[in-house]
Design a protein around this ligand. Structure first.
Ligand SMILES: Cc1ncc(COP(=O)(O)O)c(C=O)c1O
Length: 382
């Protein structure tokens, strides 16, 4: 038996989505900028995909910029808006993905004034602190929607409201939340939203940035070349990938969220039965439907991961992008977890494909592995 519980890292592409991708690789393989029929068929597919992604966000078609993935969308939003730095100020949080923190830190080294808001023990920012941090030099607030490690869902509608009042652009990295919780750019006052295909059962290396009509004139193109993608991202569009992305997005159902919620609760309850275990991040509505992050005292997460891997249970100890570093997770550090607790934490993330059997299997295997490691540990006799 296997249990793939690393869906925040990436998801399986659905059969029908894969077929749709193939059709635009080997069938309608034209360049959408070509004027002949073959090119125009690709252009039509691109247009339909753009309409479909736009409607999923309640955005207008001209507000969707296809990119090479979530990281590129984040970079385009941040570097695009900050542009030439002179005197500018930006605000972010201490639990952002590296695709947000790194571009901001790079710009900071070149003179951007950067405020990093702390979070509480469950990963939420303080809205009053945000309001107080905005100054007349502030050009951008970048706060993620749902956190990739602990699943905390920020109140982006309120954050967007504060940014609107202060006439500051608001970017949210919605790469984990897209299709899993409400995302409505108009209702939620959003100016820039990053989304990515491979987190929603679409192909890898394709994503989109929603950039409102109001935000676009303030943006500087990051990849120069042709006038593709509202003249904000040059390069022949990845038509098969984009078709697959839109196809995957169109296949998401409300029932999948309900199922994931039910299985998430079952998994949390099962894992918290293990002695000296604790949940990282909030419980209930403030948590993304597919995220579980649990810690076990006196256990090394990496050892747990390897032993679980031998038993076919695939989990992770932090975001995929930071697995090669031995430093404690900056997200767990930011919520106040001491390093030893942070090292003993694992993330398990579900998808619409996750079954009850997988969840049951994972609980049994994790409790055995925790028991085994504790028997070996000099720190505990459990
Ligand atoms: C919150 C968040 N932002 C950005 C990214 C990067 O997305 P991509 O892998 O599509 O570049 C990820 C992927 O793990 C993520 O979870």
């Amino acid at each position: 038996m296997e249990a793939y519980l690393d869906n925040a890292a990436t998801t399986k592409v659905g059969e029908e989505t894969a077929q749709a991708v193939k059709e635009y690789m080997v069938g309608e393989y034209g360049n959408p900028s070509s004027l002949h029929t073959r090119g125009q068929k690709a252009a039509k597919a691109l247009k339909q995909a753009r309409e479909s992604i736009a409607s999923s966000l309640n955005a207008d078609v001209q507000e969707i910029i296809f990119t090479g993935g979530g990281s590129e969308s984040d970079n385009l939003a941040i570097k695009g808006v900050v542009g030439d730095i002179e005197g500018k100020h930006a605000i972010t949080s201490s639990i952002e993905h590296p695709a947000v923190t790194q571009p901001l830190q790079r710009l900071e080294r070149r003179g951007l004034k950067l405020t990093i808001l702390g979070v509480d023990g469950e990963g939420f920012i303080d809205l009053d602190e945000l309001s107080e941090s905005i100054s007349e030099d502030t050009v951008l607030v970048s706060i993620m929607h749902a956190n990739n490690e602990i699943g905390t869902i920020q109140d982006i509608e309120a954050i967007g409201g504060i940014c609107r009042e202060n006439e500051v652009l608001f970017h949210t990295d919605a790469i984990q939340s897209y299709t899993k919780t409400e995302l409505d750019v108009k209702k939620q006052n959003l100016d820039l939203v990053s989304i990515s295909s491979h987190k929603i059962h679409g192909p890898k290396g394709v994503g989109a940035l929603y950039a409102s009509k109001e935000a676009q004139p303030h943006m500087v193109k990051q990849i120069d070349g042709g006038s593709h993608e509202m003249n904000l991202r040059a390069g022949t569009e990845n038509v098969p990938g984009i078709v697959g992305f839109a196809h995957a997005a169109s296949k998401t159902k409300k029932e999948d969220i309900k199922r994931m919620l039910r299985l998430r609760e079952k998994l949390i309850d099962g894992l918290l039965q293990i002695p000296d275990s604790y949940l990282n991040g909030p419980r209930g509505v403030g948590r993304l439907c597919n995220n579980v992050n649990v810690g076990f005292d006196h256990i090394e997460g990496e050892s747990m991961l390897l032993l679980l891997d031998e038993r076919g249970v695939y989990v992770s100890t932090g975001s995929a992008c930071s697995t090669k570093s031995l430093k404690p997770s900056p997200v767990l550090e930011a919520i106040g977890l001491p390093p030893e607790k942070s090292h003993g934490s694992i993330r398990l993330t579900l998808s619409r494909n996750t079954s009850t059997e997988e969840v049951d299997y994972a609980i049994t295997q994790i409790s055995e592995v925790v028991g085994y490691l504790r028997r070996l540990s000099p720190l505990t006799s459990k």
